[in-house]
Design a protein around this ligand. Structure first.
Ligand SMILES: Cc1cc2nc3c(=O)[nH]c(=O)nc-3n(C[C@H](O)[C@H](O)[C@H](O)COP(=O)(O)OP(=O)(O)OC[C@H]3O[C@@H](n4cnc5c(N)ncnc54)[C@H](O)[C@@H]3O)c2cc1C
Length: 506
């Protein structure tokens, strides 16, 4: 079959489908190709306030009202209760020592809770990607966009325009297209065809993951209750959150969905926990759990959920293409690179990338200025990966000492809350990079704190006075970026007022 389209999008994850829907609204002819088929399991589920703002703005700007409910829990429940989701009131972190039970102390010295939403109704969400991606893909089909699932790209050549050959369930496809958006994630389809190198090995973060979906895992709150800790001053129930169990050299995510399903995964620093291929993913899961008795107890009754039905283990997570754009092609953020799931930056970053890209296509399509605009897109993306890499690798570096970790993590929250506020203040004129990655003053602060962490070594107990100095330095340095009462010792790691002002009204 011979087809032609202005723009071909490779990959129908949420980012590819959303890009297709917007470009369709702008009047382009489109084709979307995916090697898989919806509904299917996908990881990357925890959204953030930034993701909510950007998705809502995109939906409003490009007249896609059916997407607005995906931005807040209350609206989602009212409009699309069939799509599975979870409530995310914020971020919670609990520190564990190897072979020791977790203890919640009155001063919260091993806990950090940062609110992102004032209540459940206005809360952010965990997206069950199987449902959300399938919903968006259905919207793509409803919009009349040509979609080919179960279709493998076999060759791509560029000669004034792209020629793509693919093979699918409906036979061979030959596609002529002017422009390609690569939304294939880790598959990096265009980069593979064009020989673009992956520089992920140069990232400071060096992690891998083992994860799955589970049923019947006890909530963390119920375990805290069982163990006689029932803190009354948590700003939100700790399971209604992106819950992080942190330990030296790694952490575990817990994302709970309304039907009781739990997404959980260990993310491990590869220098401390190198992959041992002779140990199965299931065995590695068990031995890692056994190292942390409280987690083992939390998971004691847990069973693998039917989907995906097994443990998934990755190699190094970091990916960073040397180029994310070239001759009439561009990669979306999660295709251009990925650092780590810590702090849930992926969905929001992807949405910010979609927002910038569709604006570029809208303004520069088939103009000579397009190349320059895409180069700028690429530069901004690189700055964003550099900042995320610093923010995340510093957290691994400080994972042996929760005070250092909690202080360093404030840099992420300063970036996120400053970005949110700047967006709200500037409205349509807002042009800044995700997480203020193009704010040199902010990035310099992060670099300095990151360097400083080196002096604390990777393990052992740094002196309390020296940690105090670090905490003070972070507090002082983020003053211009601290709109949310971060680094306040009187908050004792319980931050309830980080929500951007307008969000209270939504
Ligand atoms: C372990 C892990 C945990 C994460 N957790 C979080 C989190 O909690 N919060 C968060 O915000 N982000 C998280 N992320 C990041 C998140 O997964 C991504 O931001 C998100 O998936 C990006 O969506 P996407 O649509 O760009 O790509 P993807 O979801 O990767 O979709 C890619 C699509 O391309 C298709 N495809 C692949 N190869 C081909 C091919 N050859 N031809 C055609 N199609 C192809 C696939 O079938 C798929 O449909 C996590 C990532 C990982 C790895």
């Amino acid at each position: 079959m011979h087809l032609s389209a202005d723009i071909t999008i490779i990959g129908s994850g949420f980012a590819g489908s959303l890009t297709a829907l917007i470009l369709k609204q702008l009047g382009f002819t489109l084709l979307i190709i995916d090697r898989g088929q919806h509904p299917r399991f996908a990881i990357g589920e925890s959204s953030t306030p930034i993701a909510g703002y950007v998705l809502r703005e995109l939906a409003e700007q490009y007249d896609l009202p059916r997407l607005v409910p995906l931005t807040k829990f209350g609206m989602w429940q009212a409009a699309c209760p069939d799509l599975m989701c979870g409530v995310k009131r914020g971020f919670s972190y609990f520190h564990h020592q190897s072979h020791a039970r977790f203890e919640s102390k009155r001063d919260h010295s091993g806990e950090l809770l940062v609110a992102a939403s004032a209540d459940d109704k206005s809360s952010e969400l965990h997206w069950l990607r199987k449902d959300v991606d399938a919903f968006l893909f259905k919207e793509v089909c409803r919009a009349g966009i040509l979609c080919y699932e179960n279709t493998q790209i076999q060759s791509m050549t560029f000669d004034s325009q792209w020629k793509i050959n693919a093979q699918g369930h409906c036979g061979s496809l030959e596609v002529d297209t002017k422009f390609v958006v690569d939304a294939s994630g880790a598959a990096t389809v265009v980069a593979q065809h064009c020989g673009v190198a992956d520089r992920g090995d140069q990232c400071l973060t060096n992690s891998r993951a083992v994860f799955s979906h589970f049923q019947d895992v006890s909530s963390w709150q119920s375990k805290l209750d069982d163990w006689g800790f029932s803190p009354s001053d948590y700003p939100f129930p700790p399971d209604k959150a992106a819950l992080h169990h942190l330990f030296e050299g790694g952490w575990m995510w817990n994302l709970r969905f309304l039907d009781g399903l739990l997404s959980a995964g260990f993310v491990l620093d590869r220098t401390r926990y190198p992959l041992e291929p002779e140990i199965s993913a299931a065995d590695e899961w068990q031995t890692t759990l056994q190292r942390f008795p409280s987690l083992q107890e939390q998971f004691a009754s847990g069973q693998l959920a039917e989907v995906p039905g097994d443990f998934i283990r990755t190699s190094r997570l970091q990916r960073r293409l040397e180029r994310s754009t070239g001759n009439q092609w561009v990669a979306l953020p999660h295709t251009a690179g990925f650092i780590d799931p810590l702090h849930s930056t992926g969905i929001a970053h992807s949405l910010c990338g979609v927002e910038r890209l569709v604006e570029i296509i809208k303004l520069h399509w088939q103009r000579s200025s397009m190349t320059q605009a895409l180069e700028k897109y690429e530069q901004v993306l690189q700055k964003e990966f550099t900042l995320i890499d610093l923010l995340v690798s510093g957290c691994y570096r400080s994972s042996h000492n929760f005070r250092l970790f909690a202080a360093f993590a404030m840099l992420y929250f300063a970036a996120a809350t400053t970005y949110e506020r700047r967006r709200l203040e500037h409205g349509d004129d807002f042009k800044q990079a995700f997480l203020c990655a193009d704010d040199e003053a902010f990035v310099a602060i992060v670099r300095k704190a990151h360097r400083r962490l080196q002096t604390y070594g990777q393990s052992g107990t740094p002196k309390s006075e020296s940690i105090h100095e670090f905490e003070l330095e972070i507090r002082r340095s983020i003053t211009p970026f601290n709109h949310a009462g971060l680094c306040d010792p009187s908050a004792r790691n319980m931050y309830r007022y980080t929500i951007a002002p307008n969000e209270h009204d939504s």
